[in-house]
Unconditional design. Structure first.
Length: 69
């Protein structure tokens, strides 16, 4: 994954999370991950799996590919 795609995903996740007024901790519970995972995701510090992208897309009621646009 290129840095550009990571940044796009990070921005989209953060924007959707804040629109829903979710804390990073709340989103980490939805994803079933450690609290720091969402922070690292939003800072482009980790590679996310397709499974996690699918969970995010379903939760935010969007298509997975739109999280990368």
């Amino acid at each position: 994954m290129s840095q550009d795609i990571r940044q796009i995903l990070a921005n989209n996740v953060k924007n959707l999370r804040t629109q829903k007024k979710l804390s990073r901790e709340e989103l980490s519970l939805i994803l079933g991950v450690d609290n720091s995972y969402v922070s690292k995701l939003e800072k482009c510090k980790i590679n996310i799996t397709l499974d996690k992208i699918e969970i995010l897309a379903n939760y935010f009621e969007t298509k997975a590919y739109l999280l990368l646009k």
